[in-house]
Design a protein around this ligand. Sequence first.
Ligand code: OGA
Ligand code: MN
Length: 211
Amino acid sequence: MGNMSPTLENLTETIINRLSDQGYAVIENFLPGQEIKALSHHAKSLQKNGEMHKAATGLSKQNTNNSILRGDFIHWIEASQACKIEQIYLDSMSSLQQAINKSFFLGLFELESHFAIYPPGAGYQKHFDQFIGRNERKVSCILYLNEDWTKDDGGALRMYLDQKNQNNYIDITPQAGTLVVFLSEEFLHEVLPAKRERISLTGWFRTRSVN
Ligand code: OGA
Ligand code: MN
């Protein structure tokens, strides 16, 4: 009563329902504003300390033109060495994972996650979240950390809803606190270039490789 802000439990329920109806969910204010701020601040200090590195893709590790494919800088979270704010993120993802497991029997058992910073003008071309020949990534989750983002800033996540019709897509604004969750194998997507620096925290729930 009185408190209208949705709890993590409500949000989780919404995510589960949308995942099962449409294969993806877009949720605003997934974490409280001060936690989003702390995550954004943390990403910027990793960058300042030289702990963000040019991202490679599984498809093109040897490709020197990789930055044409994706132009972001990333930092992988080490769960065993997580700082306080990283742990808050990991805990919230872990409750989401439990809920997804219960509802979908996907057997997701671990999260890999990284911060990503796209400098102005950088994007990530159309791709699926899989390395070639593998399919351990089951559910992709992207949490945005950009305050006061406007449509005019660009940088949308463009998700293609129909592989046969590339005119059928949605654009998601990378506004602070927005979480996008989708079935990794089903959605082709891309990051459009932005006019300003764009920060996100991406996680994948994965099953163990059977190789
Ligand atoms: C990715 C990705 C989308 C985004 O890192 O694989 O597609 O909106 N990110 O940051
Ligand atoms: Mn992706």
